[in-house]
Design a protein around this ligand. Structure first.
Ligand SMILES: Nc1ncnc2c1ncn2[C@@H]1O[C@H](COP(=O)(O)OP(=O)(O)OP(=O)(O)O)[C@@H](O)[C@H]1O
Ligand SMILES: [Mg+2]
Length: 264
């Protein structure tokens, strides 16, 4: 394969707690993320998905193991280098409200993103980009720019967070259960939006989900996590048609409508 590796994760382990109450949330996990691919991390609650994501986002230090981006170890990044990393690798989480300042208007949130990530285009260029990304997410600048988070619906807030991601054009987006709180119609429109990031910006996307059916529908490759371990990884087709690990087989059995449900 001649695809370039974007992120290289090796022997990643994360332990929480003290000697008495020790939780090994992630155990010796290794995988690669290639440029311009969509990959899902699937596993039940508590299997270590979010902990893995937080380490990949450089928000949490691994107890052991390394993460490299384009050959550089991210644990050495400080200051400007760290902000640069956060521009390249961004996250979107379950509850968009949590990452949205209550007292900031939509325009301010979007405008501040430029500062936060050390990107400083001219004022005209900023306005142009903000209008463009709001268009991507089907919102009109005039309608939403001066609104506060509590004046928006959950789905609208979610779309603002996605607009913000488009604004910064990450190389890698890590989406941790981004659609679990919203209804089915909105859910598929948000998924389409996230997937379009790959076409528009040639980004890679990591989806984190409990839902193997969804993972199969959206991804090129799937990683299966169980009790902190990466028990299996492969192309989405191989995982579904030729699972090797008993836990993967069990997951597939739990999704009896796997093929019909997403065949729309
Ligand atoms: N800050 C923390 N302190 C102590 N234990 C933690 C911490 N964060 C996570 N854990 C533990 O690590 C394990 C993995 O948690 P994690 O949040 O990564 O799971 P998950 O796969 O994302 O689950 P879910 O699907 O419910 O979001 C769990 O047992 C959890 O209780
Ligand atoms: Mg989680």
């Amino acid at each position: 394969m001649d695809k370039k590796i974007l992120l290289k994760v090796r022997n990643l382990t994360r332990v929480f707690g003290s000697k008495k109450k020790r939780v090994v949330a992630v155990k010796n996990v290794s995988f690669d993320i290639y440029e311009n691919e969509i990959i899902s991390i699937v596993g039940e609650s508590g299997s270590g998905k979010t902990t893995t994501a937080r380490m990949m986002l450089n928000l949490l230090k691994p107890t052991e193991g390394t993460i490299e981006i384009e050959g550089e170890d991210i644990s050495n990044f400080r200051g400007k280098k760290k902000r640069e990393y956060w521009r390249k690798v961004q996250g979107i989480f379950q509850d968009p409200f949590a990452s949205f300042n209550q007292f900031f208007t939509v325009r301010k949130v979007l405008d501040d993103s430029f500062k936060l990530f050390d990107v400083q285009p001219s004022k005209e260029e900023k306005d142009k980009r903000i209008r463009k990304v709001l268009e991507y997410v089907n919102m009109r600048y005039e309608e939403v720019a001066e609104k506060y988070p509590f004046e928006l619906s959950g789905g609208q807030r979610q779309r603002i967070m996605i607009a913000r991601i488009f604004l910064i054009e990450p190389k890698l987006l890590i989406a941790d259960e981004p659609t679990s709180m919203i209804d089915a119609v909105l859910r598929s429109s948000i998924l389409e939006l996230l997937l379009s990031l790959r076409e528009r910006e040639k980004s890679s996307i990591v989806f984190i989900t409990h839902d193997l059916g969804l993972a199969y529908y959206v991804s090129d490759r799937i990683l299966i996590m169980h009790n902190g371990e990466l028990v299996e990884q492969g192309s989405a087709d191989d995982i579904i048609t030729n699972p090797q690990h008993p836990y993967t087989k069990k997951l597939i059995q739990d999704v009896p409508t796997l093929h019909q449900e997403w065949a729309l």
